[in-house]
Design a protein around this ligand. Structure first.
Ligand code: TXA
Ligand code: MG
Length: 340
């Protein structure tokens, strides 16, 4: 049985008991919900990979509370990491440090680095203080499915498979943390998110974005970037911002075939679909709103539609890099999740 419990002294004590005995707990953060386990415990880390169905070459992020001694889990600090911590932590930024053999070897899948995150969510901080060990937590979705932004989303994917989900309300951030490699002189963004390239540049003077051109057999710096991700379990089609009329034609074609259609677009475009019998999913107007709404709407689409037609919003840069990164991966290919 899987319990969903609001954060309270009782539920935190129960979460601690589960974590310290090698179990896995659903936990809220300001970005998305995580599936947490003790980073020092090989069995707990393996369980996370198993229960998620995660490929075993995709490393995990260790979450710590604000006062946790970082030197317990990393080899050495770097000047740019220090500046970024001061500017943005606690918050939706994960830093990748040099680290060898300090936590379970299964956490980093053989890389000599460790990704560390200090979430700002009050419930997450309370939980991390209670357990007082680093907690590895991938997003609490089945591998390839849409990331969860509520306790109920976690329940949908893991009911019966984990004992407890701590309910900390809906996630405000809505997309996963920015992952930034700080092992060298210049920070390198491995996964875009709410802490943007522009924000990191302001603090460190420079920032690169990792854009791998991989040949067969190469290993990516951040293996998770190579996988199809975040996908609703319906067919998907993504249209570029200039292709509104193509999107509309596609919607009409699908409706003519008798299929149920959902349209995901920015608020500005809703009026274009008045009189068309599609379910409209309103991403909102600002980039931050779109980040908050994206996963909730992707999860909704699979419940109400056979086909999701998504249209790229007009805003660009900043947080939109993260939003479009997720939306493109969600719509990459429909083979695996398409309804038969
Ligand atoms: O917001 C978040 O980061 C959420 C919440 C739960 O904290 N967590 C999350 O974890 O998104 P996950 O496992 O879904 O994504 C972790 C990403 C993957 O792309 C992974 O490849 C990358 O971080 N990563 C983890 N450790 C790494 C390392 N040592 N070097 C490079 N990339 C790493
Ligand atoms: Mg994930």
């Amino acid at each position: 049985m899987t319990k969903i419990e609001k954060i309270s002294p009782q539920s935190l004590a129960e979460a601690k008991r589960i974590i310290l005995s090698g179990g896995v707990v659903g936990i809220p953060t300001e970005t998305v919900y995580g599936l947490g386990g003790n980073a020092f415990d090989d069995g707990a880390v393996k369980k996370i990979f198993e229960v998620k169905g995660r490929p075993n070459d995709n490393p995990l992020i260790a979450h710590i509370h604000l006062d946790y001694d970082l030197s317990k889990i990393i080899d050495y600090d770097t000047p740019c990491a220090k500046k970024l911590r001061e500017a943005f932590l606690p918050g939706p930024l994960t830093l990748v440090y040099p680290s060898t053999n300090k936590v379970s070897p299964f956490v980093s899948c053989g890389l000599n680095t460790l990704a560390v995150r200090v979430p700002s969510h009050d419930g997450a901080q309370a939980f991390l203080r209670e357990v007082d060990v680093p907690v590895v937590a991938p997003s609490a979705n089945l591998s390839k499915h849409v990331s969860p932004t509520s306790a109920l989303h976690v329940y949908e994917d893991f009911a019966g498979k984990i004992p407890l989900i701590l309910d900390g309300g809906e996630c405000e951030g809505g997309i996963e943390s920015t992952v930034c490699d700080v092992t060298g002189d210049i920070p390198i963004i491995l996964r875009p998110g709410l802490i943007t390239k522009e924000m990191i540049e302001q603090v460190c003077g420079a920032c690169e974005v990792y854009a791998p051109v991989l040949k067969a057999g190469d290993r990516a710096k951040s293996p998770g970037m190579m996988y199809k991700h975040y996908s609703p379990r319906c067919q998907t089609a993504l249209f570029e911002k200039g292709a509104l009329s193509n999107a509309k034609s596609r919607v009409r074609e699908e409706l003519d075939k008798g299929r149920k259609v959902a349209v995901l677009c920015e608020n500005l475009l809703l009026k274009e679909f008045v009189g068309i019998d599609a379910q409209m999913l309103d991403l909102g107007s600002s980039p931050d709103e779109m980040a908050t709404n994206l996963y909730k709407l992707l999860r909704q689409s699979e419940k109400i539609a056979d086909v999701l037609v998504a249209i790229e919003p007009s805003a660009q840069g900043g947080v939109m890099e993260g939003v479009m990164n997720r939306l493109k991966k969600a719509c990459l290919s429909t083979d695996i999740n398409a309804k038969s």
